[in-house]
Design a protein around this ligand. Sequence first.
Ligand code: SF4
Length: 449
Amino acid sequence: MAGAHGVYFRSLNRACRKPMRTEMKPESQGAASLTRRRAIGLGLAGLSGAALGVSLPGIFGTRPDRGGGTEPVGHATRNEELWTLWQKRGWVKEARHYERVGKTVACRLCPNQCVLAPGERGRCRNKINRDGTLYTMAYSNPCTFHVDPVEKKPLYHFLPGTKTFSLATAGCVFRCLNCQNWEISQRSVEETKDPRGDELRLRPPLPEYLTSSQLARASLFPEDVVAVTSALGCPSISYTYTEPIAFYEYTQDCCKLAREHKLRNILVTCGSVNESAARDLYQWVDGAHIDLKGFDDEVYRRLNSGRLQPVLNAIKLAREIGVWVEIVNLIVPTYTDNLETIRKMCGWIVRELGPDVPLHFSRFHPHYKLKHLPPTPVETLLKAREAARSEGIRYVYIGNVPGLEDAGTTLCPKCKKPVAKRDIFAVTQLDIVDGKCKYCGEKIPGVWA
Ligand code: SF4
């Protein structure tokens, strides 16, 4: 997924990017080391981790890929030993929301609607049909985790100034040409995790440091995620960086347990999910950043390999269920910078969701397969903000433009005074008391306590 959340994460990637191919080296022999001090030096409060560059032999089947036939990634039987190890670690779980037709399975989780013969892999790279049963391989095996300000998600009307324990596994249901986190979102889980070597289950008390190879074999089960989050003093858990729908079962189990422990759950999602699966998940979710990557189905296909309507449905459903939603629209030059289309999108937001859903326009920076494009001109972002305001959206923000005045300012819709200000991810002013403007008492929608 693209978004402002990639900034610190990418810094950390650079620290840990040294590839470790098939054979894992002993940690003392050159594995990149990430100390807590180093993580803090990179702007990360608390424990952080990222595992990248692990490349196991193709072990778990083939992957059907839209438009390109079946893309081989290995043979189902090539390494049964690794599959067994994966199971032994607890990194495999039967998938949810699928149907069997003989030994073929039809995954109903997301609009990709993968139909998989035995041995085949889903488009998200995480799901595999093993002999007529669909499994997720992205369970309790995050490839990265950090403590982030909640403003980095970005959520501006949700527990401002707090930290959120954030995690991801490899994989995504989309193929965005501009993905900021493609090094993990466009990887299979076995490219980031390695079940060989000693088991390493992370739970409090936390280790002082973790090497890349430790991270590659580390497990973080839902009860560990909850315990670590509480130990770090974070009031929420964020499922982010890649796509939580791609690690749905892990996300859902963590969410349920977190709710029991009075922790909040935050999804940072592309919103491409089928209704029944969304209902089953959203009931456990408190806040969501949902990307609305554009308002043109044809552009959605070309830029993201997705469809617009399921995303619109998911946004409406999340609101209906009571999730606090903030929408992020990344403006990509030549793809999603048409002002008339932006205006239409804003009109839809006001009509279908009301004027109080915060809208974040985010600046594109050249990435991944769109390195040839320029960054979004600031003028385009300002015009988009003006269009959104004139359509009636009350809380409009601009992200990824350091130093731009009032980019992260919340104005009271009644007295027009600034009631909250942010500088990148730091809250510099907060004049919202009990959910109301300190100056005139107008209610400011959000989750404030
Ligand atoms: S979650 Fe989506 S991409 Fe993954 S197997 Fe299911 S339908 Fe396919």
